[in-house]
Design a protein around this ligand. Structure first.
Ligand code: A2H
Length: 253
């Protein structure tokens, strides 16, 4: 943990009813996978959500209508940030694992895809954010490689019970242009560095070094309400909008 608190935006990815057996008791409530991101301006390019298949999660009561699926650790942080039905005490309605989440259809704010699915990522940390990550393969090398792994390896899909239709129709969506890098910066850098898989840690660290800062400092929006605006300007405006419409909440740790 760093000394400075990290300011995340929690994107509310709504589980589309009817619910699975595991979530049946939550019927009538709005259930969200709450994904922690530092890049709310990239939400136009979502292709799926990531969960850790063996990770432990819970469905926590946020208020009378909303339930957030996050790690227990994140639920405790949320309760101290005034996001719990009982102040400072997270109430877990259902205990879940990542396995229970894989394949859930989700509706996510700003996404060009009407429905995206929860899929397994091998490298998710359970001691960061909420343990749920929203996937933007155009601008995140981690997301690009994890999606490519699932697309190209039928055995990997089979291992986690991932259906073809949750993965194969989803293409990288250009949302931000970076001069001299292009409209799909993560894909370009992963190809240039010949990255083999989501587990290729060192090369992915280099890919991230090459894309993240540039995306923010030199990027221009290609889509959405703030199309043609520089990312460094658009980011705060998009975050504000998501918070105002109730499609996202603030979260720090
Ligand atoms: B970001 P930091 Cl397009 N395990 O969101 C692994 N990764 C996690 C995580 C966890 N438990 N929780 C959040 N993250 C990811 C979008 C994005 C992100 C883009 C580009 C860069 C980027 C779409 N995925 O992150 O270690 C989330 O991915 C750049 C750092 O707290 C979150 O933002 O700095 C980011 O890592 C938070 O990383």
């Amino acid at each position: 943990e760093g000394v400075q608190p990290q300011e995340y935006t929690l994107i509310k990815m709504e589980v589309i009813p009817p619910f699975t057996e595991k979530l049946k008791t939550l019927e009538g409530k709005k259930v969200f996978l709450a994904a922690a991101t530092l890049r709310p301006e990239t939400m136009y390019g979502q292709t799926n959500a990531w969960v850790l298949s063996d990770g432990k999660y819970g469905a926590f009561e946020i208020n009378d209508t909303d339930v957030f699926v996050v790690t227990h650790r994140a639920a405790l942080n949320l309760a101290y940030q005034h996001m719990s039905k009982v102040p400072e005490r997270p109430t877990c309605l259902v205990e879940l694992t990542g396995h229970d989440l894989i394949g859930l259809p989700l509706r996510s704010p700003l996404s060009a895809n009407d429905i995206v699915y929860a899929l397994p990522m091998l490298t998710i940390l359970t001691d960061k954010g909420t343990g749920i990550v929203t996937s933007v393969p155009s601008d995140s090398p981690d997301d690009y490689m994890a999606l490519l792994d699932l697309k190209s390896k039928a055995g990997l899909r089979a291992k986690f019970g991932v259906k073809d239709e949750w993965v194969l129709p989803f293409e990288v969506i250009p949302i931000i242009n970076i001069p001299e890098v292009g409209d799909k910066s993560a894909e370009k850098v992963c190809i240039d560095l010949k990255i083999k898989s989501q587990n290729d840690k060192d090369k992915l660290a280099e890919a991230k070094r090459l894309t993240y800062l540039k995306g923010f400092t030199e990027g221009t929006m290609l889509v959405g309400e703030f199309k043609k605006m520089e990312v460094r300007e658009a980011k705060a405006l998009i975050r504000k909008k998501l918070l105002e419409t109730g499609e996202a909440v603030m979260y720090s740790e």
